[in-house]
Design a protein around this ligand. Structure first.
Ligand code: FPP
Length: 241
């Protein structure tokens, strides 16, 4: 294990990440925004591996938000091409390394060719156990919660659910993440300190670590240091000190 890395018993079970700062990194390097995203996808690969090696069970990466569709069309097209390339070239390696892949978000908004690659990747890696990689794609947390509310309302109308059965557990069970434990740790890079419509329900008791580095500069050592910070926090889940 890397020097200074935490003991395995204190590794968070689920780490969620907002990979922010690709554009600013690229600008500082005199590169295109897309070059920043390309570098960002390489960093993602290293961090997934570091998380798996550290014993993290679930890692959720915010790869494309619902709001990102409103970016310059060239950037959106470029990001989709990058994602396609990533799925075409990385899935076999992820599979070999025991990674189970799943996508959360508004799938119907994704291009058909990407959707087909995602479905193949999910089917191929379905029984892998080393780590679950959850990619939030075309994802917005408010939309996710609205969908859950709508599904439950439909069930109430069909008499398959009583209003008093609408509990926190029931709502959680209608989210994309129904079978995933809530994140223990959220990391956001780039110095921004917002949650940007990411996992709003699931982050209720999560520890936040904001890292003052752009995502393309984020290293596996930074990841382990964030786990150290998490380890030093006392989680009280709303109880008294
Ligand atoms: C935020 O940086 C990043 C994104 C909107 C996309 C994240 C995508 C990647 C890391 C590449 C794809 C990943 C995989 C795993 C295929 P920003 O563009 O908002 O940066 P800025 O705030 O500096 O402009």
């Amino acid at each position: 294990m890397t020097k200074g890395s935490p003991s395995l018993s204190h590794v968070p079970q689920h780490v969620a990440i907002i990979m922010d700062g690709n554009g600013r990194w690229a600008r500082e390097q005199g590169l295109s925004r897309l070059a920043g995203h390309q570098k960002g996808s390489e960093v993602a690969r290293d961090i997934i591996r570091a998380a798996a090696d550290a014993g993290v069970g679930y890692i959720t990466l915010f790869a494309f938000s619902s709001e990102n569709w409103r970016r310059d069309p060239d950037e959106v097209t470029g990001l989709m091409a990058l994602l396609k390339h990533y799925l075409e070239t990385e899935v076999e390696t992820l599979h070999q390394e025991g990674v189970k892949l799943r996508i959360i978000g508004e799938r119907h908004l994704l291009p058909n060719n990407i959707l087909a690659l995602i479905e193949d990747a999910e089917a191929k890696t379905r029984t892998n156990k080393k780590i679950e990689l959850i990619m939030a794609l075309s994802y917005g947390s408010r939309a996710e919660i609205v969908n859950a509310a709508r599904e439950m309302a439909q069930k109430v109308r069909d008499r398959r659910l009583e209003p008093e059965d609408i509990t926190e557990e029931a709502l959680s069970a209608h989210l994309y993440t129904s079978d995933v434990p809530d994140p223990d740790l959220l990391i956001r890079t780039s110095g921004e300190q917002r949650i940007s419509n990411y996992l709003l329900w699931q982050l209720a008791y999560t520890e936040f670590v904001f890292v003052n580095k752009y995502w393309p500069n984020f290293t596996p050592q930074d990841f382990l240091e964030a786990i150290e910070v998490y380890h030093g926090r006392e989680r009280r889940y709303g109880t008294a000190a």
